[in-house]
Design a protein around this ligand. Structure first.
Ligand code: NAD
Length: 435
């Protein structure tokens, strides 16, 4: 099929590339001319494992192209995916201006029956709004489908190529049949394509992300309680997770959820609840718990230095909101940096992929090192904010020689307590005894 993908960010680029991989002819559109030029020159602008190989292969086979020309892309496509930003507005609700702005343009560009697919995370009722916006200037038959995306940054390619489920929400049988055919090759192992109405599809995405954010926040609060009660969250986690009704995934405590999805999606769903007079009490509490958790490591550090970090210098390992991505949107590392730098500390940070994006956000606030050991030089303590694999088994003797004091504040519980005791470090982690 001929497909256009509008918005070539984390979701759009992966969607376009993976749709090309099964033989479709895909054209990706973006308004960011610099990004499109990079893509046309064969440069992948994001860090996403395994994406580059597929990207190169499909460009070489002539199945994947990039443009800023929406008209050209749409007039040659049977299906148009919208993978546009839906950032939080001032009141927490999703800002639909990108999605509706493009929908408005599509009205005059559709030349033949076309399916418009909402891949962006959008509130219930958006498919209807998109339909109305297009219909204002379009007399040709078209359908709108809600196809929420569940890929995880860091695993985006495998998540798209082998999804646990594909959700297709539409009120049109014709559109559902075409979409089913498009996604058939991705679910050959038997994972379901779930057909539903568009409103349920739209809500499913918010419900799923909000549930995951709840799971994280629940475990973070249990971890905080473990510290007070001298219990070990590692034990509690394994004990809880062995119950198949609970499951052992997503139970690792840390320093709060971040990224471009969970914070904005929880806030948007809470807002929807408010508007509908169906308050989501649990999710409101999740937002409060997460705000607290994002400050927890900085607060532990402040407590250690009796509230005064002025003149202290810290090494920070990890900037991305999670490993295997360069995405720093809403990353807990940024909250820690803010608190400590505002109180007079200096920081040298290292991250395997996210230094570029951090520099764009805070070019002068901290220093950046070219490797994890360089960051340690002369630091009063090491802070760990992201669980990159490369941080899991460092050379502790070398690290000791570089740090001024053998002190580690670990927001991701990377090391065993016994090992830290044996290595002679002061080690403060989440939900476990400080050793
Ligand atoms: P992103 O910011 O990485 O990408 C959005 C892209 O859209 C950018 O390249 C931007 O330049 C482009 N754009 C903006 N206006 C445009 C226009 N008028 N025409 C063409 N292009 C335009 O965003 P993302 O992370 O890919 O997220 C996109 C949507 O997918 C959001 O709704 C998000 O909630 C949802 N989502 C994201 C993830 C994720 O892990 N990032 C996962 C699932 C769903």
């Amino acid at each position: 099929m001929n497909i256009a993908v509008v918005g070539t960010g984390y979701v759009g680029l992966v969607t376009g590339t993976c749709l090309a991989e099964t033989g479709n002819k895909v054209i990706c559109v973006d308004i960011d001319t610099e990004k499109v030029t990079d893509l046309q020159n064969g440069k992948v602008p994001i860090y996403e494992p395994n994406l580059e190989t597929l990207f190169e292969r499909n460009i070489n086979h002539g199945r994947l192209e990039f443009t800023t020309d929406l008209e050209m892309a749409v007039s040659n496509s049977q299906i148009v995916f919208l993978a546009l930003p839906t950032p939080p507005g001032e009141d927490g609700s999703a800002d639909l201006s990108y999605v509706l702005g493009v929908a408005h343009e599509l009205g005059t560009l559709i030349k033949d029956y076309t399916i418009i697919v909402d891949k962006s995370t959008v509130p219930v009722g958006t498919a209807e709004l998109v339909r109305k916006e297009i219909a204002k200037s379009c007399k040709i038959e078209f359908d709108v489908v809600s196809n929420p995306e569940f890929l995880r940054e860091g695993f985006a390619v495998s998540d798209f190529m082998k999804p646990e489920r594909v959700i297709i929400g539409s009120n049109s049988e014709k559109a559902k049949a075409i979409m089913g055919k498009l996604f058939g090759p991705y679910v050959r192992q038997g994972n379901p394509i779930l057909l539903m109405d568009e409103r349920s599809a739209e809500l499913t995405k918010y419900a799923a992300n909000s549930f995951l954010a709840t799971k994280i926040s629940f475990m973070n609060e249990i971890a905080n309680l473990c510290e007070k009660l001298d219990a070990n969250v590692d034990m509690v986690r394994v004990g809880m997770g062995s119950d198949s009704r609970i499951g052992n995934r997503f139970l690792f405590p840390g320093i709060g959820y971040g990224g471009s999805c969970f914070p904005k999606d929880v806030a948007a769903l809470v807002k929807t609840g408010e508007i509908e007079n169906s308050e989501l009490h649990i999710l409101s509490a999740v937002m409060t718990a997460n705000k607290y958790q994002k400050e927890i490591l900085a607060n532990k550090i402040l407590a250690y230095y009796n509230g005064n970090v002025s003149g202290k210098h810290f090494a920070l390992w990890g900037l991305a909101f999670k490993p295997d991505t360069d995405d720093v949107r809403e990353a807990p590392s940024l909250s820690i940096i803010d608190t400590l730098v505002n109180k007079g500390a200096t920081i040298t940070a290292f991250d395997p992929a996210a230094i570029g994006n951090t520099k764009k956000l805070i070019p002068d606030k901290i220093n950046f090192a070219s490797n994890q050991y360089e960051a340690l030089k002369g630091a009063d303590a090491l802070i760990i904010a992201t669980e990159w694999a490369v941080f899991r088994t460092p050379d502790f003797i070398k690290a000791k020689g570089l740090l001024k004091e053998s002190v580690i504040f670990d927001g991701r519980n990377l090391y065993e307590l016994e090992q830290m005791t044996n290595e002679g470090y002061y080690y403060n982690s989440i939900g476990r005894k400080t050793v």
